[in-house]
Design a protein around this ligand. Structure first.
Ligand code: GUN
Length: 303
């Protein structure tokens, strides 16, 4: 048996196609969705992720800007930039690329982003809404994983999902999303003894531990869906996930590759969150204009 390949790049293209009319509708109202990325330091992986995000914004017709800060920047400088972006009417979404240099308080910085512009979904408000089961802006990688499963017709409700990884960015929010969709969820991490006893019983295995080839073929139940969130660079420069892809694809029912799997979906969900944030902000400013008796959108700019 050879697994069905979960082509994240292809699914992401479909996401962009469904976003296009929403972006066009905003532009007709004079709103071009805008994303700002704050990047501190010179981590090569972070720089590469930001390049991909900026490229995706340009391809989708979004405005984007990167605030590039040196590794030794002061926390006050980062907070000042976020304050300015929070107030900017051209910016509807703000992300702070993680990890930040160690001397910066990541929590203080991320929590200073206005909730409506928190398109990474990392604010306590947005994470709390996810816990409560009424998600607003949801972290992009977990959202992309769920989208991929749904797109492939892989059932979640009533299934056993094993998530390997407990990060605030992926593992924890993904577990919450799977729980809210009715899955039975086990959350392992890289220190869980004998991870295979858990993954061997799973219908869905999601590897997000950041350890190359942590998940081997013998750890997977035949026919399971295997989603690889890991992006690891081997000493020779090759990019691999957390799953032994060649081995696992012979046993799994579905498998996502690295690269070309979850990565493009993360970026597509970021663009989708930015468009949703722009729609909400445009609706809110139209409401406040109406309350003030100002001209509605479709009349502004006409003689
Ligand atoms: N670092 C790794 N993944 C992410 C992400 O999804 N968002 C941000 N801001 N930083 C990251």
């Amino acid at each position: 048996m050879s697994a069905i390949l979960l082509d994240g790049a292809g699914v992401a293209r479909q996401v962009y196609a469904t976003l296009a009319p929403r972006i066009a509708a905003l532009q007709r109202r004079g709103v071009r969705p805008g994303l700002a990325a704050v990047l501190a330091g010179d981590d090569p992986a972070s720089r590469s992720y930001i390049r991909n995000k900026v490229r995706a914004c340009a391809a989708a017709g979004l405005h984007s800007e990167v605030r590039d800060l040196p590794a030794d920047c002061a926390e006050g400088a980062v907070l000042g930039i976020i304050d300015e972006l929070n107030r900017s009417s051209n910016i509807h979404g703000i992300i702070v690329q993680l990890p930040l240099p160690r001397h910066l308080n990541g929590n203080r910085i991320v929590q200073s982003i206005r909730i409506e512009k928190d398109v990474d979904g990392f604010s306590w408000h947005n994470l709390g809404a996810l816990v409560e089961g009424h998600p607003a802006l949801v972290p992009c990688t977990p959202l992309g994983v769920i989208f991929m499963l749904d797109h492939a017709g892989i059932a979640i409700e009533g299934r056993h999902a094993v998530v390997i990884g407990r990060s605030n960015i992926v593992g924890k929010p993904l577990a919450l999303l799977l729980i809210s969709r009715g899955a039975t969820v086990t959350v392992c991490n890289s220190r869980t003894p004998d991870i295979g006893t858990h993954t061997g019983m799973a219908d869905i295995v999601i590897a997000a531990a950041g350890r190359p080839r942590l998940v081997r073929a013998d750890m997977i139940r035949e026919g399971a869906a295997v989603i690889d969130v890991g992006i690891n660079r081997l000493p020779g420069g090759k990019l691999v996930g957390d799953v032994d892809f060649e081995g696992a694809r012979a046993r799994a029912g579905w498998i996502s590759p690295v690269p070309g799997g979850v990565g493009p979906m993360t970026v597509a969900m970021l663009i989708s969150n930015t468009v949703s944030a722009a729609e909400r902000q445009a609706a809110r400013s139209a409401d406040s204009r109406r309350e003030n008796g100002d001209a509605p959108d479709d009349l502004t700019g006409t003689a």
